[in-house]
Design a protein around this ligand. Structure first.
Ligand code: ADP
Length: 214
């Protein structure tokens, strides 16, 4: 898919600085990019993490694969070109949400290393946190919460990541966080991400904490 280049457009800088926004929300915004095979646990971890962050007063928002394909990306399929465009658009949306001050959690297979690296490259240093949600494909296929592996094994789904030869999964080479969901439970996975956010000063009190103390 070619992306049309618009002409005669100018970037309008705003009057609110990033620091003002961060101080208001009590956090350093970032994009927590979950990547891994279908059924490895991305959505489950994303929703659980979002809930914990919100409960503790940290504005967070999940961008989830199927949900985005219902709307923004409903004109895209699963060819390598469409997958690349899918991730490019999501990356741009995530960048806007990070700019708005949110902790964005994305839940997409995002199988190609180059596509993920491109998203990293459009964000500022430290804003993109790559999380490899890792489980052996046999474990994912046995879980199969949406019945997709069964369909793929029957040949009813073409281009199924990790199963079809034309749809490989390229694991991250040096993710910020590596979760093994075959040996860790959901709570341990969420806690690992929270500890990373705390250790790297992304969580700085939050809006809830400020509201309570005033
Ligand atoms: P994905 O979004 O990667 O396709 P889902 O989150 O939809 O995967 O499904 C993962 C399945 O694996 C769920 O049924 C979930 O309960 C189960 N599961 C088991 N252990 C974990 C774990 N540590 N983290 C996340 N999900 C897990």
């Amino acid at each position: 898919m070619t992306v049309r280049q618009a002409q005669n457009i100018t970037w309008h800088p705003g009057h609110v600085t990033r620091e003002e926004r961060n101080n208001l929300l009590g956090q350093r915004p970032c994009c927590i990019w979950l990547t891994g095979l279908s059924a490895c646990g991305k959505s489950t971890i994303a929703m659980a993490l979002e809930q914990v962050l919100i409960q503790r007063g940290y504005p967070a928002y999940v961008l989830d694969g199927d949900n985005i394909r219902h709307g923004l990306n409903k004109n895209l399929g699963f060819s390598p070109e469409d997958r690349a465009e899918n991730i490019r658009r999501i990356g741009e949306v995530a960048k806007l949400f990070v700019d708005a001050g949110l902790i964005v959690i994305t839940s997409f297979i995002s199988p190609y290393r180059a596509d993920r690296d491109r998203v990293r490259s459009i964000m500022l240093p430290g804003e993109f946190i790559e999380v490899f949600v890792d489980a052996p494909i046999e474990v994912c296929a046995a879980r199969d919460p949406k019945g997709l592996y069964a369909k793929a094994f029957r040949g009813d789904i073409k281009e199924f990541t990790g199963i079809s030869p034309e749809a490989p999964y390229e694991p991250p080479l040096s993710p910020e966080i590596h979760l093994r969901t075959d040996t860790m439970n959901v709570e341990e996975c969420v806690e690992t991400i929270l500890q990373y956010l705390l250790a790297h000063h992304y969580l700085q009190g939050g809006v809830g904490a400020k509201g309570r103390s005033s």
